[in-house]
Design a protein around this ligand. Structure first.
Ligand SMILES: Cc1cc2nc3c(=O)[nH]c(=O)nc-3n(C[C@H](O)[C@H](O)[C@H](O)COP(=O)(O)O)c2cc1C
Ligand code: SF4
Length: 370
């Protein structure tokens, strides 16, 4: 299983590291900050089937010897917070949480924590800081959270969807899970459709479904039949795909090979009225606002990025500034401490290279540096 929070890291390796770590206390943390634009699958799970998440976390706790777990839920999800709290109370009363689960020697308690209200609090180490009562600032790795996580103890951190997949795997077996998907992306993904679509919502499909099947088949194409211009896959740090890229298969490797990413499975559709230069500017501005401020490429780079895009759009030395933007994006990609600054160039550069005309640049972008 690949983690569903965004990075697609192998869950088994993470769990094994915590299982093998020697410590007097271990923790299970569920990342339910769900900050990506156009995503809501975590919320649907928590509000619709909270026991699936509780069961997955409890299995993680028993497997790794962690007796305590936290669910870090974004503050904008009051119903999910209330539902999870009530479900935890019900499960505890029924003897599925707490001391001596179902009269065994296993114990596992769960607590809900309200998120700090910033996008960066979804980054796992910033989430740990926030859980410990501090401002959500990214921690440098190593040490990895699996060895030194919450309160310095070995910690399994997974997304809601990752934990929620565990009961199925335990009940039906790994083979049944592996039968879904393609390549190294196994199982299913609840793709979340939004934006200028006829039909938004969640479609749970095996990895390998095409973007066209999702956007046109399930989403019914752009609202009011307008032509589709771009699709952003994978949240605010994901790349923009153009209308001629809809045949792409939705799995981690295929998207990565296209300079894109699957992320948390968010798909936002834009019709012909979109201005892609403004979307690129929005990505940089989002990074400037949400940056935790710990490292320079992200903190300063994103502010300079907005200024440079404004100059390109205003026609001020457009070619030179486009080359400068590309250079800045390389610095952010290579030099940022976490994926916030490291991935912001993805939407920016995909917009610039695929839709140069929106920046006032010639269709075949030719940068001054070339
Ligand atoms: C800026 C930023 C925001 C993130 N937001 C979330 C989030 O809201 N929810 C989430 O599960 N993972 C988020 N992540 C990914 C986490 O750092 C981490 O990889 C994930 O929670 C691990 O769980 P998984 O292995 O089940 O995917 C974010 C990462 C970054 C860099
Ligand atoms: S990349 Fe941005 S969000 Fe991440 S550590 Fe650096 S300043 Fe903080």
């Amino acid at each position: 299983m690949r983690g569903r929070g965004g990075a697609g890291f192998l869950t088994g390796i993470k769990w094994k590291t915590v299982v093998e770590a020697k410590a007097d206390q271990k923790y299970i943390c569920c990342n339910a900050d769900e900050g990506d634009s156009g995503t809501f699958a975590d919320r649907m799970v928590m509000e619709g089937d909270p026991f699936m998440l509780i069961e997955g976390m409890m299995i993680a706790g028993i497997a790794s010897g962690a007796s305590k777990g936290f669910i870090y839920i974004r503050s904008e999800y009051p119903y999910a917070i209330a539902t999870m709290k009530e479900a935890i109370a019900i499960a505890t009363k029924a003897g599925w949480l707490g001391a001596n689960i179902q009269h065994t020697d296993k114990s596992f308690t769960l607590e809900v924590r309200r998120g700090g209200g910033a996008y960066i609090c979804g980054e796992e180490t910033a989430m740990l800081e926030s859980l410990e009562g501090r401002r959500g600032v990214v921690r440098a790795k190593p040490p990895i959270p699996a060895l030194e996580g919450l309160f310095g103890k070995p910690t399994i951190i997974n997304n809601v969807l990752s934990f929620a997949a565990v009961p199925f795997i335990m009940a039906k077996g790994a083979k049944a899970y592996q039968d879904f998907g393609m390549g190294r992306s196994r199982g299913t993904m609840p793709f979340q459709l939004g934006g200028n679509l006829n039909q938004g919502g969640i479609v749970e499909k095996a990895f390998g479904v095409t973007l066209r099947e999702l956007v046109e088949g399930f989403g019914g194409g752009p609202y009011m039949g307008k032509p589709l211009r771009a699709v952003q896959v994978g949240g605010p740090l994901g790349a923009y795909l153009s209308a001629d890229e809809l045949e792409i298969k939705m799995d981690y490797e295929t998207l990565a090979a296209k300079g894109a990413m699957l992320g948390h499975g968010g798909i936002v559709v834009f019709d012909a009225s979109v201005d892609m230069a403004q979307q690129a500017r929005f990505a940089m501005e989002f990074c400037a606002i949400e940056s935790c401020g710990k490292c320079t490429p992200c903190r300063i780079g994103s502010v300079r990025g907005v200024e440079v895009i404004d100059k390109i759009v205003a026609g001020v030395e457009a070619q030179t500034n486009a080359a400068l933007l590309e250079d800045l994006c390389t610095t952010m990609t290579d030099g940022s401490l976490c994926a916030m600054g490291g991935l912001t160039p993805m939407p920016v550069m995909s917009a610039l290279t695929k839709f140069p005309q929106d920046f006032g640049l010639p269709k075949q972008k030719k940068l001054a540096a070339e």
